[in-house]
Design a protein around this ligand. Sequence first.
Ligand SMILES: NC(=O)C1=CN([C@@H]2O[C@H](COP(=O)(O)OP(=O)(O)OC[C@H]3O[C@@H](n4cnc5c(N)ncnc54)[C@H](O)[C@@H]3O)[C@@H](O)[C@H]2O)C=CC1
Ligand SMILES: O=C1O[C@H](CO)[C@@H](O)[C@@H]1O
Length: 305
Amino acid sequence: MSEKLNATKVNYKLNNGKTMPALGFGTFCAPEDQSIVKDCVIAAVKAGYRHIDTAYLYQDEKAIGDALQELFKEGVVKREELFITTKVWPNFWDKVEESFSTSLKNLQLEYVDLVLQHWPLCYPKITDNETGYIVFTPTDDQGNIMEEKDASYLETYKQLEKIYLDENDHRIRSIGVSNYTVDNLKDLFRDPTIQTCPSVNQIAIHPGKPQNEIVDYCQEKGIVVTGYTPYGSQGGPALKLPLIKQLSEKLDMSVNEVVISYFLNRNLVIIPRTWKTERLPQSLHYKKLPKEIIEQISNVKIDFE
Ligand SMILES: NC(=O)C1=CN([C@@H]2O[C@H](COP(=O)(O)OP(=O)(O)OC[C@H]3O[C@@H](n4cnc5c(N)ncnc54)[C@H](O)[C@@H]3O)[C@@H](O)[C@H]2O)C=CC1
Ligand SMILES: O=C1O[C@H](CO)[C@@H](O)[C@@H]1O
């Protein structure tokens, strides 16, 4: 039986020469008590995580920034040892500077390692009259999501690229996309005003949802793929699948480690999330797996998205 390996030590080379840790800490669905976010980020870094995945949408960047400041002050890690990702939500499709500079300020950093266009979509920027907050997913009277007319989602990538390529601006180390299909990427490659190839595409991947077509396309183009919702999101349904439990026993790993192994054997980045620090040790290791097991996990039948 193959030995357990430390997933926090695995890095991938991006198409611009930078390195990206294969295991990241997801931070969606933050609890209302933001001190939990801060404590979990500190615990994740102390456990070995060197990559944190956040977004303007998640509204937890300030707590993550507080955690990072504490880790730097205590000498646990240096800034250059961490890889921090944030994202630009579709309300800011043509206001990337506004979104990104707010994220950077909240994260209390001088630079971010990776900024992603969160979705290939353009939403209007509407403020709720009562709360004063941005309506992240605006809907009309019939409940349909409102999209900006005559707007091009490539505009967001172009604005990100402008900041990234500016020689006098050192705030973004790499840029990428999220939720891009093969057609979206082909659109991007066809645009003669775009000079770069995204370094990363972050998409939904978990057991039973292998996303082979887009993964193969990205890997052929040298784009690193990050899989989100690796445990199947809320409640971790992928961890409860009979196949994953059987493999956990057979391979002498936690169910989480089986899923991490599935990702790392496919050269994918994985960004699982937990808001319970005691669960962190279950999501740190992986093993080399034979192709047949990868295929079994890819093809398992699931009843969740
Ligand atoms: N780019 C995008 O559009 C999206 C990106 N993401 C990113 O991906 C990350 C991961 O996805 P999530 O939706 O957060 O879900 P996930 O797939 O990481 O699963 C989280 C669930 O698994 C449970 N879990 C974790 N460890 C466990 C353990 N040891 N035992 C039992 N249960 C456990 C958690 O309690 C939680 O309910 C996000 O936090 C976010 O950073 C998520 C959704 C969309
Ligand atoms: O990051 C994200 O999380 C939510 C829920 O999955 C999704 O809308 C967004 O892309």
